[in-house]
Design a binder for this molecule. Structure first.
Ligand code: F6P
Length: 360
């Protein structure tokens, strides 16, 4: 396989660059459909601009223990339709390690890198933003199925994830209706109910539960029972994994330990809910956890176009020497915003949730 030769540049050079430059690219946090498409677009644009791209493997881990792969367009040309991240990913946080940030900067410099494109969510981009204080020249690309980054209308990967959920819900509906059961579908969404809300509306859910609001199991059972009294024997509930049960459990976790960014491992709200609904209503209930299926598989056309546009725009920001910024979608335009603003959580659209809740 052909690899572009690595070229070393003057690390003290300041933007705008006139000569070729060497740009690192990494992917951190949970994967999603479309990441490979961003990298492909970055490399394509870089070659147009006479820059070279170096892939950094396993997110920030690849800068703590150097693990690089030089990238040429030939290698990535056919990846727009391929899910996951061929660069691999991790939830490594350099700020959790003694001397971590300084080591990242040293390795970055030793590799002769001029700039970095970080593809990630609030955690990965948060690290890039903090490292700007140590001199890192980074541009961010918003990636998360959760769609919870401020300053962008949508993150790539979200639309594909919602469509996987809706496809599954359509299947769960036919079996649920046939058996006259209560079906609880648990979808990802740690702190954000964007997936649950979109999948719930598109999948025709009767009850949508999101992390942004505590819910009462008694209220859920009452809705189920009211439907039954009205002759509707099937009820579809879509619950975000981060949905919070009032008074009782808060969020339901599947493990004790937190990751390096302080996040719990969630999972189990669907099962808990199904058990409680059966116990209280005596109606047959089943739960299905969609979990990582939402992150896997091929990106849909919307995300393929979006990730391509974002990758090209990220490389353009780099060549313009505009750092500590994130590319974003606003309406139909690709814009760029301050990374520090972008890493704040994007509030769920409550009007949209209200629309979804009309269909109980
Ligand atoms: O990337 C965000 C996310 O998909 C959350 O919705 C979810 O809680 C988390 O990732 C799960 O991550 P992991 O791959 O570590 O199980």
């Amino acid at each position: 396989m052909f690899f572009s030769p690595l070229r070393l540049f003057d690390l003290n050079a300041q933007p705008p660059w006139h000569g070729p430059m060497k740009v690192g690219v990494l992917t951190g946090g949970g994967d999603c459909a479309g990441i490979n498409g961003v990298v492909r677009a970055v490399v394509r644009r870089a070659e147009d601009r006479g820059a070279v791209v170096v892939g950094i493997r396993r997110g920030w881990a690849g800068l703590l223990e150097p693990d690089y792969v030089p990238l040429s367009y030939d290698q990535v040309a056919d990846l727009v339709s391929v899910g996951g991240t061929f660069l691999l990913t991790s939830r490594t946080n350099p700020f959790k390690k003694k001397g971590g940030p300084e080591l990242v900067m040293k390795n970055f410099k030793d590799a002769g890198l001029d700039a970095l494109i970080a593809i990630g969510g609030e955690d990965t981009l948060g690290v890039a933003h903090k490292l700007a204080d140590l001199g890192l020249r980074a541009v961010g690309v918003p990636k998360t199925i959760d769609n919870d980054l401020s300053e962008t209308d949508v993150t790539f990967g979200f639309d594909s994830a919602v469509n996987v959920a809706v496809d599954a819900i359509d299947r769960i509906r036919t079996t649920g209706m046939s058996h006259e059961r209560i079906m609880v579908v648990e979808v990802m969404g740690r702190d954000a109910g964007w997936i649950a809300t979109h999948a719930g509306i598109a999948g025709g859910a009767h009850i949508i539960l999101v992390p942004e609001e505590e819910f009462d199991i008694g209220d859920v059972c009452e809705t189920v029972a009211a439907r039954r009294r009205a002759g509707k024997n099937f009820t579809l509930i879509v619950a975000a994994e981060g949905a919070r049960v009032k008074l009782k459990h808060g969020q339901v976790t599947s493990a004790q330990e937190l990751d390096e960014f302080g996040h719990p491992k969630l999972g189990g709200i669907g099962h808990l809910l199904a058990g409680e609904i059966e116990r209280i209503t005596h109606l047959e209930c089943r739960d299905v956890v969609l979990g990582h299926t939402l992150r896997g598989g091929s990106p849909l056309a919307f995300d393929r176009v979006l990730c391509t546009r974002l990758g090209v725009a990220a490389m353009d920001l780099v060549t313009e020497g505009r750092f500590d910024r994130m590319v974003a979608l606003r309406g139909n335009a690709i814009v760029d915003v301050k990374m520090g603003d972008a890493i704040k959580p994007k509030a769920l659209d409550r009007d949209l949730l209200s629309v979804g809740r009309l269909f109980h």
